[in-house]
Design a protein around this ligand. Structure first.
Ligand SMILES: *Cc1c(COP(=O)(O)O)cnc(C)c1O
Length: 359
Protein backbone atom coordinates (compact mmCIF):
# COMPACT_ATOMS: atom_id res chain seq x y z
CA UNK A 1 0.00 0.00 0.00
CA UNK A 2 1.07 3.64 -0.44
CA UNK A 3 1.77 5.46 2.78
CA UNK A 4 1.34 9.22 3.28
CA UNK A 5 4.77 10.75 2.77
CA UNK A 6 5.43 14.08 4.49
CA UNK A 7 9.05 14.40 3.35
CA UNK A 8 10.27 17.88 2.44
CA UNK A 9 12.10 16.47 -0.56
CA UNK A 10 12.50 14.28 -2.47
CA UNK A 11 8.80 14.42 -1.79
CA UNK A 12 5.58 12.60 -2.49
CA UNK A 13 4.48 12.37 -6.13
CA UNK A 14 0.89 11.99 -7.34
CA UNK A 15 0.00 8.28 -7.28
CA UNK A 16 -1.71 8.68 -10.66
CA UNK A 17 1.53 9.92 -12.18
CA UNK A 18 3.54 7.03 -10.74
CA UNK A 19 0.97 4.61 -12.12
CA UNK A 20 1.26 6.21 -15.53
CA UNK A 21 5.07 5.92 -15.36
CA UNK A 22 4.70 2.28 -14.39
CA UNK A 23 2.30 1.57 -17.24
CA UNK A 24 4.48 3.28 -19.84
CA UNK A 25 7.89 2.35 -18.46
CA UNK A 26 8.81 -0.62 -20.66
CA UNK A 27 7.05 0.31 -23.86
CA UNK A 28 6.41 3.99 -24.39
CA UNK A 29 3.71 4.61 -27.01
CA UNK A 30 4.31 1.27 -28.66
CA UNK A 31 7.90 2.10 -29.59
CA UNK A 32 9.16 -0.95 -27.66
CA UNK A 33 11.44 1.05 -25.40
CA UNK A 34 11.42 3.26 -22.33
CA UNK A 35 11.60 7.06 -22.39
CA UNK A 36 14.87 6.58 -20.47
CA UNK A 37 16.32 4.86 -23.53
CA UNK A 38 15.27 7.44 -26.14
CA UNK A 39 17.83 9.67 -27.83
CA UNK A 40 17.51 13.16 -26.39
CA UNK A 41 17.90 14.62 -29.89
CA UNK A 42 15.29 12.40 -31.49
CA UNK A 43 11.81 13.67 -32.41
CA UNK A 44 10.10 11.75 -29.58
CA UNK A 45 12.09 13.33 -26.76
CA UNK A 46 12.03 16.73 -28.46
CA UNK A 47 8.25 16.44 -28.36
CA UNK A 48 8.28 15.49 -24.66
CA UNK A 49 10.45 18.51 -23.86
CA UNK A 50 8.30 20.87 -25.93
CA UNK A 51 5.10 19.55 -24.35
CA UNK A 52 6.54 19.89 -20.82
CA UNK A 53 7.48 23.49 -21.50
CA UNK A 54 4.15 24.29 -23.15
CA UNK A 55 2.20 22.85 -20.21
CA UNK A 56 4.34 24.76 -17.73
CA UNK A 57 3.79 27.97 -19.70
CA UNK A 58 0.06 27.31 -19.69
CA UNK A 59 -0.11 26.59 -15.98
CA UNK A 60 1.83 29.70 -14.97
CA UNK A 61 0.68 31.92 -17.80
CA UNK A 62 4.33 32.68 -18.57
CA UNK A 63 4.60 35.82 -20.72
CA UNK A 64 6.26 35.45 -24.13
CA UNK A 65 9.31 37.52 -23.13
CA UNK A 66 10.37 34.86 -20.62
CA UNK A 67 12.47 31.78 -21.42
CA UNK A 68 12.26 28.44 -19.62
CA UNK A 69 15.44 26.44 -18.93
CA UNK A 70 15.49 22.82 -17.80
CA UNK A 71 18.73 22.56 -15.78
CA UNK A 72 20.44 19.43 -14.48
CA UNK A 73 21.76 21.18 -11.42
CA UNK A 74 19.84 21.26 -8.16
CA UNK A 75 18.47 24.54 -6.83
CA UNK A 76 21.73 25.08 -4.91
CA UNK A 77 23.76 25.52 -8.09
CA UNK A 78 21.81 28.66 -8.91
CA UNK A 79 23.35 30.41 -5.90
CA UNK A 80 26.51 30.47 -8.05
CA UNK A 81 24.86 30.70 -11.45
CA UNK A 82 22.82 33.77 -10.51
CA UNK A 83 25.81 36.03 -9.72
CA UNK A 84 27.83 34.55 -12.59
CA UNK A 85 25.04 35.36 -15.04
CA UNK A 86 23.31 38.40 -13.61
CA UNK A 87 26.04 40.61 -12.16
CA UNK A 88 27.12 41.64 -15.67
CA UNK A 89 29.99 43.76 -14.36
CA UNK A 90 28.12 45.13 -11.34
CA UNK A 91 29.76 44.67 -7.94
CA UNK A 92 26.81 44.51 -5.57
CA UNK A 93 23.64 42.52 -5.07
CA UNK A 94 20.86 42.64 -2.49
CA UNK A 95 19.81 39.55 -0.55
CA UNK A 96 16.92 39.07 1.86
CA UNK A 97 17.57 36.69 4.72
CA UNK A 98 14.50 34.86 6.01
CA UNK A 99 15.80 31.42 6.96
CA UNK A 100 18.10 28.54 6.14
CA UNK A 101 17.88 28.47 2.34
CA UNK A 102 18.07 32.21 1.76
CA UNK A 103 21.13 32.23 4.02
CA UNK A 104 22.81 29.51 1.98
CA UNK A 105 22.31 31.68 -1.13
CA UNK A 106 23.91 34.61 0.69
CA UNK A 107 26.97 32.60 1.68
CA UNK A 108 27.48 31.47 -1.89
CA UNK A 109 26.78 34.94 -3.34
CA UNK A 110 29.63 36.34 -1.23
CA UNK A 111 32.10 34.44 -3.41
CA UNK A 112 31.22 36.70 -6.34
CA UNK A 113 30.07 40.08 -5.13
CA UNK A 114 29.48 42.45 -2.28
CA UNK A 115 26.34 41.09 -0.68
CA UNK A 116 24.05 43.61 0.93
CA UNK A 117 21.66 41.90 3.34
CA UNK A 118 18.82 44.34 2.78
CA UNK A 119 16.63 42.70 5.43
CA UNK A 120 17.00 39.87 7.89
CA UNK A 121 14.87 38.14 10.49
CA UNK A 122 17.82 36.43 12.16
CA UNK A 123 17.39 38.41 15.39
CA UNK A 124 13.75 37.28 15.30
CA UNK A 125 14.84 33.59 15.23
CA UNK A 126 13.52 33.36 11.63
CA UNK A 127 9.93 33.50 12.88
CA UNK A 128 8.52 36.36 10.80
CA UNK A 129 9.19 37.93 7.40
CA UNK A 130 10.63 41.46 7.58
CA UNK A 131 8.16 44.06 6.30
CA UNK A 132 9.18 45.62 3.02
CA UNK A 133 9.05 49.11 4.55
CA UNK A 134 12.09 48.11 6.66
CA UNK A 135 14.20 46.77 3.78
CA UNK A 136 17.30 48.78 2.85
CA UNK A 137 17.48 48.14 -0.88
CA UNK A 138 20.42 49.40 -2.93
CA UNK A 139 19.27 51.08 -6.17
CA UNK A 140 22.54 50.00 -7.86
CA UNK A 141 22.25 46.33 -6.94
CA UNK A 142 22.47 43.93 -9.89
CA UNK A 143 19.45 42.05 -8.50
CA UNK A 144 17.50 41.32 -5.32
CA UNK A 145 17.47 37.67 -4.25
CA UNK A 146 15.00 36.09 -1.87
CA UNK A 147 13.44 32.74 -1.06
CA UNK A 148 9.64 32.87 -1.20
CA UNK A 149 9.06 29.71 0.85
CA UNK A 150 11.55 28.70 3.52
CA UNK A 151 11.27 24.92 3.46
CA UNK A 152 12.99 24.36 6.80
CA UNK A 153 11.74 27.33 8.82
CA UNK A 154 8.17 27.14 7.50
CA UNK A 155 7.79 30.77 6.37
CA UNK A 156 6.09 31.77 3.14
CA UNK A 157 5.83 35.13 1.44
CA UNK A 158 2.14 35.78 0.77
CA UNK A 159 3.11 38.98 -1.06
CA UNK A 160 5.65 39.92 -3.73
CA UNK A 161 8.37 42.46 -2.96
CA UNK A 162 8.54 45.61 -5.04
CA UNK A 163 12.12 46.29 -6.15
CA UNK A 164 11.47 48.94 -8.80
CA UNK A 165 13.78 48.54 -11.76
CA UNK A 166 16.17 46.15 -9.98
CA UNK A 167 15.40 42.58 -11.15
CA UNK A 168 13.79 40.38 -8.52
CA UNK A 169 15.22 36.85 -8.36
CA UNK A 170 13.37 34.22 -6.38
CA UNK A 171 14.00 30.70 -5.12
CA UNK A 172 10.53 29.13 -5.32
CA UNK A 173 11.74 25.55 -4.88
CA UNK A 174 9.33 24.46 -2.22
CA UNK A 175 6.09 26.14 -3.31
CA UNK A 176 6.49 26.31 -7.07
CA UNK A 177 3.14 25.47 -8.75
CA UNK A 178 1.29 25.52 -5.43
CA UNK A 179 -0.72 28.58 -6.52
CA UNK A 180 -0.91 31.12 -9.37
CA UNK A 181 2.04 33.54 -9.58
CA UNK A 182 2.36 36.71 -11.70
CA UNK A 183 5.65 35.81 -13.43
CA UNK A 184 5.93 39.33 -14.88
CA UNK A 185 6.80 40.61 -11.40
CA UNK A 186 10.09 38.71 -11.48
CA UNK A 187 13.34 38.92 -13.40
CA UNK A 188 14.02 35.28 -12.71
CA UNK A 189 12.32 32.41 -10.91
CA UNK A 190 14.04 29.12 -10.12
CA UNK A 191 12.96 25.93 -8.42
CA UNK A 192 14.42 22.49 -7.76
CA UNK A 193 12.25 19.62 -8.96
CA UNK A 194 12.11 17.26 -6.01
CA UNK A 195 9.63 19.28 -3.92
CA UNK A 196 6.62 20.05 -6.08
CA UNK A 197 7.65 19.23 -9.66
CA UNK A 198 8.91 15.67 -9.96
CA UNK A 199 11.86 13.42 -9.16
CA UNK A 200 15.26 14.86 -8.14
CA UNK A 201 17.78 15.70 -10.83
CA UNK A 202 16.31 18.81 -12.40
CA UNK A 203 15.71 22.45 -11.67
CA UNK A 204 13.68 24.96 -13.66
CA UNK A 205 14.56 28.55 -14.50
CA UNK A 206 12.14 31.12 -15.87
CA UNK A 207 14.07 34.19 -16.92
CA UNK A 208 13.21 37.45 -18.68
CA UNK A 209 14.86 37.94 -22.09
CA UNK A 210 16.61 41.21 -21.23
CA UNK A 211 18.58 39.47 -18.43
CA UNK A 212 20.13 36.96 -20.81
CA UNK A 213 23.74 37.83 -21.64
CA UNK A 214 26.84 35.66 -21.80
CA UNK A 215 27.92 34.77 -18.25
CA UNK A 216 31.08 36.13 -16.58
CA UNK A 217 34.38 34.96 -18.13
CA UNK A 218 35.48 31.65 -16.66
CA UNK A 219 31.93 30.40 -16.04
CA UNK A 220 31.60 26.66 -16.79
CA UNK A 221 29.70 26.46 -20.08
CA UNK A 222 26.82 24.42 -18.63
CA UNK A 223 26.20 27.18 -16.06
CA UNK A 224 25.59 29.89 -18.64
CA UNK A 225 21.84 30.66 -18.83
CA UNK A 226 22.24 32.50 -22.11
CA UNK A 227 23.98 29.51 -23.72
CA UNK A 228 21.39 27.11 -22.29
CA UNK A 229 18.56 29.16 -23.78
CA UNK A 230 20.26 29.22 -27.20
CA UNK A 231 20.68 25.43 -26.99
CA UNK A 232 17.08 24.83 -25.85
CA UNK A 233 18.36 23.35 -22.54
CA UNK A 234 20.39 20.80 -24.50
CA UNK A 235 24.01 21.90 -24.26
CA UNK A 236 24.56 18.31 -23.19
CA UNK A 237 22.33 15.32 -22.40
CA UNK A 238 19.46 16.58 -20.24
CA UNK A 239 17.88 14.44 -17.46
CA UNK A 240 15.36 12.96 -19.89
CA UNK A 241 13.46 10.69 -17.49
CA UNK A 242 13.02 13.45 -14.91
CA UNK A 243 11.82 15.90 -17.55
CA UNK A 244 9.28 13.35 -18.76
CA UNK A 245 7.92 12.74 -15.25
CA UNK A 246 7.84 16.49 -14.52
CA UNK A 247 5.77 16.88 -17.70
CA UNK A 248 3.35 14.22 -16.45
CA UNK A 249 3.03 16.14 -13.18
CA UNK A 250 2.21 19.33 -15.14
CA UNK A 251 -0.51 17.43 -17.00
CA UNK A 252 -1.80 16.05 -13.70
CA UNK A 253 -2.04 19.59 -12.26
CA UNK A 254 -3.98 20.68 -15.34
CA UNK A 255 -6.41 17.79 -14.86
CA UNK A 256 -6.90 18.88 -11.23
CA UNK A 257 -8.05 22.28 -12.48
CA UNK A 258 -4.73 24.17 -12.66
CA UNK A 259 -3.06 26.39 -10.11
CA UNK A 260 -6.26 28.00 -8.78
CA UNK A 261 -7.53 24.56 -7.84
CA UNK A 262 -4.14 23.65 -6.34
CA UNK A 263 -4.20 26.80 -4.25
CA UNK A 264 -7.69 26.07 -2.91
CA UNK A 265 -6.70 22.51 -1.97
CA UNK A 266 -3.42 23.57 -0.43
CA UNK A 267 -5.15 26.24 1.62
CA UNK A 268 -7.73 23.79 2.87
CA UNK A 269 -5.04 21.27 3.88
CA UNK A 270 -2.78 23.73 5.66
CA UNK A 271 -5.65 25.48 7.45
CA UNK A 272 -6.84 22.13 8.79
CA UNK A 273 -3.38 21.26 10.10
CA UNK A 274 -2.70 24.70 11.61
CA UNK A 275 -6.12 24.63 13.27
CA UNK A 276 -5.23 21.30 14.87
CA UNK A 277 -1.90 22.71 16.08
CA UNK A 278 -3.51 25.89 17.40
CA UNK A 279 -6.17 23.95 19.33
CA UNK A 280 -3.56 22.17 21.41
CA UNK A 281 -0.75 23.21 23.72
CA UNK A 282 0.74 19.75 23.41
CA UNK A 283 2.05 20.88 20.01
CA UNK A 284 3.49 24.26 19.18
CA UNK A 285 4.52 26.26 16.13
CA UNK A 286 6.65 29.38 16.20
CA UNK A 287 6.07 31.10 12.85
CA UNK A 288 4.05 34.30 12.91
CA UNK A 289 0.53 33.54 11.70
CA UNK A 290 0.49 35.74 8.61
CA UNK A 291 3.81 34.30 7.40
CA UNK A 292 2.96 30.64 7.80
CA UNK A 293 3.78 28.34 4.91
CA UNK A 294 1.01 26.35 3.23
CA UNK A 295 3.58 23.75 2.15
CA UNK A 296 6.02 23.08 5.00
CA UNK A 297 4.69 23.05 8.54
CA UNK A 298 7.31 22.62 11.26
CA UNK A 299 6.05 21.93 14.76
CA UNK A 300 7.38 20.78 18.10
CA UNK A 301 6.02 18.52 20.79
CA UNK A 302 5.84 20.27 24.15
CA UNK A 303 7.93 17.42 25.52
CA UNK A 304 10.79 16.61 23.12
CA UNK A 305 11.39 13.37 25.04
CA UNK A 306 8.32 12.06 23.17
CA UNK A 307 9.74 12.86 19.71
CA UNK A 308 11.03 9.38 18.91
CA UNK A 309 7.86 7.72 20.13
CA UNK A 310 5.77 10.10 18.01
CA UNK A 311 7.79 9.32 14.90
CA UNK A 312 7.71 5.58 15.47
CA UNK A 313 3.96 5.46 16.07
CA UNK A 314 3.34 7.76 13.10
CA UNK A 315 5.21 5.27 10.94
CA UNK A 316 3.02 2.46 12.23
CA UNK A 317 0.08 4.55 10.98
CA UNK A 318 1.75 4.87 7.55
CA UNK A 319 2.57 8.55 8.14
CA UNK A 320 6.18 8.77 7.00
CA UNK A 321 9.18 11.13 7.11
CA UNK A 322 7.79 13.60 9.65
CA UNK A 323 11.16 14.24 11.31
CA UNK A 324 12.06 17.95 11.29
CA UNK A 325 15.23 19.18 9.61
CA UNK A 326 18.34 18.62 11.73
CA UNK A 327 18.93 22.37 12.17
CA UNK A 328 15.55 23.00 13.81
CA UNK A 329 14.62 19.58 15.24
CA UNK A 330 11.06 18.60 16.13
CA UNK A 331 8.64 17.62 13.37
CA UNK A 332 7.80 18.92 9.94
CA UNK A 333 4.84 18.04 7.77
CA UNK A 334 5.43 18.92 4.13
CA UNK A 335 2.09 18.90 2.37
CA UNK A 336 2.87 19.62 -1.26
CA UNK A 337 0.41 19.45 -4.17
CA UNK A 338 0.55 15.65 -4.28
CA UNK A 339 -0.45 15.20 -0.62
CA UNK A 340 -4.19 14.50 -0.55
CA UNK A 341 -6.53 15.94 2.09
CA UNK A 342 -6.94 12.36 3.35
CA UNK A 343 -3.24 12.34 4.31
CA UNK A 344 -3.62 15.54 6.33
CA UNK A 345 -6.74 14.20 8.02
CA UNK A 346 -4.94 10.96 8.90
CA UNK A 347 -2.09 12.99 10.41
CA UNK A 348 -4.47 15.16 12.45
CA UNK A 349 -6.34 12.09 13.74
CA UNK A 350 -3.05 10.48 14.75
CA UNK A 351 -1.85 13.67 16.47
CA UNK A 352 -5.08 14.00 18.44
CA UNK A 353 -4.90 10.38 19.50
CA UNK A 354 -1.23 10.67 20.47
CA UNK A 355 -2.02 13.74 22.56
CA UNK A 356 -4.90 11.94 24.31
CA UNK A 357 -2.56 9.13 25.30
CA UNK A 358 0.44 11.26 26.28
CA UNK A 359 -0.90 14.75 26.99
C1 LIG B 1 15.54 21.97 -1.24
C2 LIG B 1 15.82 23.40 -1.45
C3 LIG B 1 17.04 23.85 -1.99
C4 LIG B 1 18.18 22.91 -2.34
O1 LIG B 1 17.84 22.10 -3.41
P1 LIG B 1 18.91 21.10 -4.05
O2 LIG B 1 18.15 20.54 -5.21
O3 LIG B 1 19.25 20.07 -3.02
O4 LIG B 1 20.09 21.88 -4.48
C5 LIG B 1 17.20 25.20 -2.20
N1 LIG B 1 16.23 26.08 -1.88
C6 LIG B 1 15.05 25.68 -1.35
C7 LIG B 1 14.03 26.71 -1.00
C8 LIG B 1 14.81 24.34 -1.12
O5 LIG B 1 13.64 23.94 -0.59
Amino acid sequence: MRAFNFSAGPATLPTEVLEQVQAELLDWRGLGLSVMELSHRGPEFMEILARSEADLRDLLNIPSEYRVIFCQEGASAHWDMIPLNLLQGKKRADYIETGYWSYRAIEEGRRYCQVNIAASNRSDQFCAIPLQQDWRLDPDAAYVHYCSNETIDGLEFHWIPDTGSVPLVVDMSSHFLSRPVPIQRFGMVYAGAQKNIGPAGLSLVIIRDDLLHPAAPGTPFLMDYHAQVLANSMLNTPPTFTIWVAGLVFQWIKRQGGLEAMEARNREKSEALYAALDRSDFYRTTVKRIDRSHMNIPFHLRDPALDEKFLKEAEQHHLLQLRGHRVVGGMRASIYNAMPMAGVQALIAFMNDFEQRHG
